[in-house]
Design a protein around this ligand. Structure first.
Ligand SMILES: Cc1cc2nc3c(=O)[nH]c(=O)nc-3n(C[C@H](O)[C@H](O)[C@H](O)COP(=O)(O)OP(=O)(O)OC[C@H]3O[C@@H](n4cnc5c(N)ncnc54)[C@H](O)[C@@H]3O)c2cc1C
Length: 438
């Protein structure tokens, strides 16, 4: 064991969650140390869809100018269902512009570009320190962590310890927070390739066997996800890339000549969806955020957004604890769980539901899916609620009244006043700044 250093907040993991939290704290002049085990930015595909709430967080972090140069705004996501001969059975549009907020759009950004922006901005602040490559190994006592860097172990003393190292979080394991995990019978293949110019909106295309999601990135590229059966990957690889191209072109013929520009299986990433939840996010002076605390099915494009939103809320809470000179009153950290727990759980459940409706294959499941999507998208009340929830700007759970509304009973519309009532305001996001007690 060699040196021992000190910091106020120690963060294991320099992904979007860790970097957003570090930036927020460094801006508040709180000494923060991030350890990231990978050299560079990494080259696996990760989340790239930014929901409106996340974009508003970037505004508050004063990085919108940099972000806006690198995004492709996404106003609409078109959901289609087609038969074997590619005849259209359904086309509905999930439209962000109906949200009663100023910046009513989502956006696509390459994951590493986002991390670079967060890192460059954090580097401007003297209270930000990054150790990379360096790995969190274990926690010792209440305030010490052991890290490994260049083959040597060293100790960092910290007031608050954050686990932001993704699904396999060692910080979470060090405080024995148990994990509940569920798996799916399907998998995804994901890859980015040049986009046909006709592709402007996000598209989700299903038939009785498969699902293809297409999300246009800046720079004339498109990020794609193809749903396959659990046993299909090996089979497809054996058949060769032609089988992969064919699956895409069958669902979207305009991709001919574009998807074929992928020349190696090495460029195509297999993504095995897993959903996990935990019983709690805080234990004494330890807090887990992002994928360390919850991984959600990727269908609804929420994982990265939940991670950034966690970081932003926790960043404000810790800043406030320092402002009111109670930085070691660790009971206050539970406030983070109060704010984020229910929101995350509901979005995880919604993502899970979206996954289930594509999980079953065959013509009858497809017919039921067409019916369900139609009921949701063509009923203004349900559509507005769904958009508000996935955009991250409010929480309004579906209930019995919505079930009745789906079948034409009761109110089919929500007034703007009612919608506003369910939107998050500063008091919802940062209750510690308004209430005396939890
Ligand atoms: C293929 C794919 C597609 C996805 N698509 C979407 C999408 O469209 N939209 C969306 O919102 N989400 C999506 N997600 C999910 C999203 O990428 C994650 O939810 C998000 O990256 C979580 O951020 P994080 O910072 O919590 O964790 P991560 O991004 O996993 O970052 C954790 C970091 O911690 C580091 N680390 C791990 N262990 C240690 C250690 N012991 N010491 C130090 N560092 C460590 C890792 O190297 C990593 O850099 C997708 C995920 C995948 C894999």
């Amino acid at each position: 064991m060699s040196t021992k250093t000190k910091t106020e907040v120690f963060i294991a993991g320099g992904g979007v969650a860790g970097l957003t939290l570090a930036l927020k704290l460094a801006k508040h002049q709180i000494d923060v140390t991030v350890v990231e085990k990978q050299q560079g930015m990494g080259n696996v595909y990760k989340g790239e869809l930014l929901q409106p709430k996340t974009l508003s967080i970037f505004e508050e972090l004063e990085i919108s100018t940099q972000i806006n140069k690198e995004i492709n705004p996404l106003q609409k996501i078109v959901t289609k269902e087609v038969d074997e001969k590619n005849r259209q059975l359904l086309e509905v549009v999930m439209d962000y512009s109906r949200l009663p907020i100023e910046n009513n759009t989502a956006a696509m950004i390459p994951h590493n570009t986002l991390k670079e922006i967060l890192l460059n901005e954090a580097n401007r602040y003297p209270h930000f320190h990054l150790l990379q490559p360096a790995a969190f190994l274990r926690k010792e006592g209440t305030n010490e962590v052991v890290i490994k860097r260049e083959g040597l172990e060293s100790v960092i003393e910290a007031n608050i310890i954050i686990g932001a190292e993704g699904r396999g979080s060692k910080v979470r394991k060090s405080v024995d927070i148990p994990l509940k995990q569920s798996t799916y019978t399907h998998q995804f293949l994901t890859v980015t390739f040049p986009s046909p110019p006709s592709l402007v909106d996000g598209e989700m295309i299903g038939n009785h066997e498969r699902f293809l999601g297409l999300f246009p990135l800046p720079g004339g590229e498109v990020r794609s996800v193809l749903l396959i059966r659990g046993d299909e990957y090996k089979q497809m690889k054996k058949q060769g890339l032609e089988a992969f191209y064919e699956a895409y072109i069958q669902l979207k013929p305009e991709l001919e000549g574009y998807v074929n520009q992928i020349k190696s299986w090495k460029d195509i990433q297999l993504m095995v969806p897993i959903r996990h939840t935990v019983t709690h996010y805080t234990e004494g002076n330890v807090v887990i955020i992002g994928d360390a605390a919850h991984s959600v099915h990727p269908m609804a494009g929420e994982g990265m957004n939940l991670a950034i939103q966690d970081a932003y809320v926790l960043g404000d809470l810790i800043s406030w604890m320092y402002e009111v000179r109670r930085p070691s009153d660790y009971e206050l950290l539970k406030w983070f769980e109060d704010v984020r727990g229910e929101r995350v759980e509901y979005l995880s459940w919604l993502s899970h539901q979206s996954a289930l409706i594509y999980n079953l294959r065959g013509h009858i499941p497809q017919k039921l899916r067409v019916l369900a999507i139609k009921r949701l998208a063509l009923n203004k009340r349900l559509h507005d609620k769904q958009m508000m929830n996935i955009a991250g700007i409010g929480l309004w759970k579906f209930g019995l009244t919505d079930g009745l509304s789906a079948f034409g009973f009761g109110k089919r519309e929500l007034s703007e006043k009612v919608l506003n009532k369910h939107m998050f305001n500063k008091k919802d996001d940062f209750p510690w700044r308004y209430k005396k007690k939890r």
